[in-house]
Ligand binder design. Structure first.
Ligand SMILES: CSC[C@H]1O[C@@H](n2cnc3c(O)ncnc32)[C@H](O)[C@@H]1O
Ligand SMILES: [Zn+2]
Length: 439
């Protein structure tokens, strides 16, 4: 039987598969059929395979699509509303009142669309979302063609879209049911933080997550104050409490973790948890520093997230990765900490692993989904190129993102969105901004 033609053959100057680690393939081709990677071979060999479309990508570095492992997508509409404040003042005095006033399904629809578009333009093929009205966020992800983990937010008090945790969980379970076969959306639980969710709800989430084999995504140890207050109130550190309640495990995604003592580290290793490091949000809110190198040396999976646009203030994962690499060195007191290749791995394969997607995405390997980004390294400020991965992480901004495919479908073509109308998104965001600013 003759081989079926490839749907698409990409011919970049450099191909960085991420797995195996540290490899850069020069003048290779990557073939895609039925949404999956079916060929990686030297250019001359790749060209012998019939292909419906062949795309030359001179001066481009092809890599797995970036994975933003933590964010609050619709908060794009609150970008810049309250800057230069510490976490609790920011949340209690500004963000929660604004959310109480403005967040409804329309807000989540328009804010999530804006976030998806910004992320596609930044080379992100998959993101994790923790926000209100998760059913609306899931619908926007479905329409846009991107990949996502949508978490069901759970808090002890009434929030937009749910009068209590029981209602949030009911809606969430329906979402699990509706989307269990979805090719690009994975539902997980999103208990907000140890200080906003009580033991009984956490136990309920543990039981449901075990039953559904679902992820649990939670802000944990974001600040020293959070840990100190928990110890003063309950005589226990939050992570130890989560361990006691049985929440820790390979499906547990601990977001932030700026405070890690020896017992915390032992728990993270023992339970094989993932950490989602959000360096820019932690810097801007002065929350603290996640000890990435120490975690990496201990074998803990560390992914990267932007957090929401109201505390970052962008959803630029490439920029975030550069910050992570630089900060890891400062925190470890060692310039060898988190090199460029490891930083790219954090932003791709480690993100996939945190979200339970590592067999499907996060690296360019045969049989994996064709979630692929092409970065154009032809710019003046990227010359000369000794190591293209070093140039990508340390000398490039997201303006170099040229193309993005998710499951083999092109969502960004030469810097332009293929399925979303950029001027319409900008107009809607301006309308929201004007409405919110006038009140
Ligand atoms: C459960 S929906 C998300 C909820 O979290 C708020 N939020 C955004 N960023 C942070 C952060 O860094 N720490 C804690 N909470 C955060 C967001 O505004 C929503 O209310
Ligand atoms: Zn967050």
């Amino acid at each position: 039987m003759p081989e079926a033609p490839l749907d698409l053959l990409l011919l970049p100057t450099w191909l960085v598969p991420v797995e195996p680690a540290g490899v850069v393939l020069r003048d290779h081709g990557l073939g895609i059929r039925d949404g999956r990677i079916t060929l990686i071979a030297p250019r001359s060999e790749a060209l012998r395979h019939p292909a419906t479309e062949v795309r030359e990508l001179p001066h481009c570095l092809l890599a797995p699509g970036l994975i933003n492992a933590h964010g609050h997508a619709a908060m794009t509409l609150l970008r810049g509303i309250a800057d230069d404040l510490p976490l609790m003042t920011w949340l209690h005095e500004h963000i929660w009142p604004a959310e109480g006033k403005w967040v409804d399904e329309d807000f989540v629809r328009d804010g999530t669309d804006l976030a998806i578009a910004e992320q596609i333009k930044g080379g992100i093929s998959c993101f994790s979302d923790m926000y209100f009205y998760p059913q609306t966020a899931a619908e926007r992800v479905h329409n846009a063609g991107v990949r996502a983990q949508i978490t069901v937010p759970v808090l002890d008090f009434p929030v937009p879209g749910a009068l209590n945790a029981a209602e949030a969980l009911r809606t969430g379970l329906q979402l699990f049911d509706d989307l269990k076969q979805h090719p690009r959306i994975r539902i997980a639980f999103g208990p907000h933080a140890p200080y906003t969710v009580s033991d009984d709800k956490l136990e309920q989430i543990r039981v449901l997550a075990d039953e559904l084999d679902a992820g649990i995504h939670m802000h944990v140890h974001e600040t020293a104050q959070e840990v100190a207050e928990a110890v003063a109130k309950h005589g226990e550190r939050p992570l130890a409490r989560l361990a006691r309640l049985g929440l820790l495990g390979p499906r547990f995604q601990a977001v932030h973790m700026t405070q890690i003592d020896d017992e915390d580290l032992a728990l993270l290793v023992e339970h094989n948890c993932s950490i989602v490091h959000c360096p820019e949000s932690n810097l801007k809110l002065a929350s603290g520093f996640c000890p990435v190198e120490r975690l990496w040396q201990a074998g803990v999976n560390v992914a990267i997230g932007t957090d929401g646009a109201a505390s970052n203030n962008d959803l630029d994962l490439l920029g975030e990765t550069r910050t992570a690499a630089l900060l890891a060195k400062a925190v470890a007191g060692s310039a060898t900490a988190l090199n460029a290749h490891s930083a790219l791995r954090m932003a791709t394969l480690n993100g996939a692993r945190a979200l339970g997607l590592e067999t499907q995405t996060g690296s360019l390997e045969l049989g994996k989904l064709a979630d692929v980004v092409a970065f154009d390294l032809s710019g003046l400020a990227q010359q000369p190129i000794y190591d293209p991965v070093s140039q990508l992480i340390y000398a490039s901004g997201r303006d170099c993102v040229k193309h993005l495919w998710v499951g083999g479908k092109q969502l960004l073509d030469d810097g332009r969105l293929t399925r979303m109308d950029e001027s319409e998104l900008i107009a809607k965001a301006r309308e929201w901004g004007a409405r919110i600013a006038s009140k």
